[in-house]
Design a protein around this ligand. Structure first.
Ligand SMILES: [Zn+2]
Length: 374
């Protein structure tokens, strides 16, 4: 069975469809929980599936350093290693080298760096990134690219984008013929429309199974990001999935889907679950807040997740304040459940031709804010 994408419906620029892979279908728009080190923190894989996730993201940078791609390969690949049978997308390692590693040296060949864990020296090139992602057994492999932090001057963004396009060709060449697996190219060009266009043309010339809008959500702010998404997805092929990397908050996600994005990932729902923050249809709720201490009501009475079905706000508040492990477990579950429900609501709205109505209801409930204290 091969990798394919079919669109079922569109509403304005928003799209809903299905990505088919030998490991299962991915309903789009899709949100991918992040399993950085072969685990979505505080969640069992079967629980992640129960929230409605069709696909996980794994991080090449983390896994190559510990436990190493070669070891995961010897143990049967990442799916078996972490007990997740469904599709996995891995990033190329480039972004995290830039954000986490020290003593980085960037050349035409690739990037050398020191591990943030033990200071050991490593190199990632486009060829090595393809090799690592193959050893992991990733279903969707990302091309190796370089992403400058914004703001950066136009010269620097153009140079970096052109390097990434040469690396995209080398990634394609090194990926080889792997039926059922996909390689995604990554569009760069910062907030410069003509550079984004140049990048999209270069990627289309090479040809990929999917395309990511890269280099956003790196500090430019929502307005600038949406400004770029007003044109960037349309520069990419209509008949292939479009992936916005590292996004985001619920309103970022809704705005991105509205502008034609099919896939997203972010650590936010899991990371904020471990710091006592809950995401709900009414916005963000801080469970540390004393107002919850005597509140017997669920976090969200309409939510079907275990945290909302079986526990009170008072209990969640207590375990957050007591730093009990179950606090991170329950709030992560709730947050991932909420994110997946949001994606499902958007898929249904697009199929029904009512994305505008969905968007109005989404913003209205958030504007109301959390339920009144007792
Ligand atoms: Zn819930």
């Amino acid at each position: 069975m091969s990798f394919s994408f079919s669109l079922n419906a569109t509403d304005g620029a928003a799209r809903t469809g299905v990505i088919s892979t030998p490991r299962g279908e991915i309903r789009t728009p899709a949100f991918m929980p992040v399993g950085t080190a072969a685990t979505v923190k505080a969640m069992m894989p079967e629980s992640v599936r129960q929230t409605g996730a069709d696909i996980l993201l794994g991080n090449t940078y983390h896994l190559m350093l510990r436990p190493s791609a070669e070891r995961i390969d010897r143990l049967g690949g990442l799916h078996k290693f972490m007990n997740w049978e469904r599709p996995i997308l891995t990033d190329s390692g480039g972004f995290q080298v830039m954000s986490l590693a020290s003593l980085r040296k960037l050349t035409e060949r690739g990037v050398t760096f020191k591990s943030h864990i033990d200071g050991s020296k490593h190199e990632i090139t486009p060829e090595r990134s393809m090799e690592i992602q193959k050893l992991l057994g990733s279903d969707i492999v990302m091309a190796f690219d370089e992403c400058p932090a914004l703001p950066a001057d136009r010269e620097r963004i153009a140079e970096s984008m052109r390097l990434s396009m040469r690396w995209a060709q080398r990634s394609r060449d090194a990926f080889g013929d792997r039926p059922g697996h996909a390689l995604f190219g990554i569009q760069q060009g910062g907030l410069e429309r003509d550079l984004r266009e140049e990048s999209a043309e270069a990627l289309k010339e090479i040809g990929f199974e999917g395309y990511a809008v890269g280099g956003l959500a790196v500090g430019e702010g929502q307005e600038a990001m949406f400004g770029c998404l007003d044109y960037a997805p349309a520069q990419l092929p209509k008949d292939k999935p479009r992936y916005l990397m590292g996004v985001g908050k619920p309103d970022d996600i809704v705005g991105a889907v509205k502008r034609g994005i099919d896939m997203m990932d972010c650590v936010l729902p899991s990371r904020s679950g471990r710091t006592g923050q809950a995401w709900t249809r009414r916005g963000q709720v801080n469970m540390r807040n004393a107002r919850h201490a005597d509140d017997p009501r669920p976090l969200d009475e309409d939510c079907g997740c275990p945290a909302c079905r079986n526990y009170s706000r008072a209990y969640l508040h207590h375990v957050v304040r007591s730093q009990e492990m179950i606090a991170g477990m329950l709030l992560t579950w709730h947050n991932l459940h909420y994110y997946q429900e949001l994606m499902g609501d958007m898929r249904a709205a697009i199929a029904a031709g009512d994305f505008a109505g969905f968007e109005t209801r989404f913003h209205a409930l958030r504007a109301e804010g959390d339920i009144e204290p007792l």
